[in-house]
Design a protein around this ligand. Structure first.
Ligand SMILES: [Zn+2]
Length: 52
């Protein structure tokens, strides 16, 4: 399982592929660096009103 070399936290393989450096090392992940996951956790719901 891929993991963050900074906090040793587990990350998805895709995340590692995208954010790892040339040596396959992850210097940050959403667990230890919120800014690292902006690409993945870009899910923001602006209180949609359920039409009822
Ligand atoms: Zn981390």
């Amino acid at each position: 399982m891929p993991h963050c070399d900074n906090c040793n936290g587990h990350v998805s393989r895709r995340f590692q592929t995208v954010f790892s450096d040339e040596q396959g090392r992850l210097l940050a992940c959403p667990s230890c660096s919120p800014n690292a996951g902006i690409a993945e956790s870009s899910r923001d719901r602006t209180g949609g009103g359920s039409g009822d």
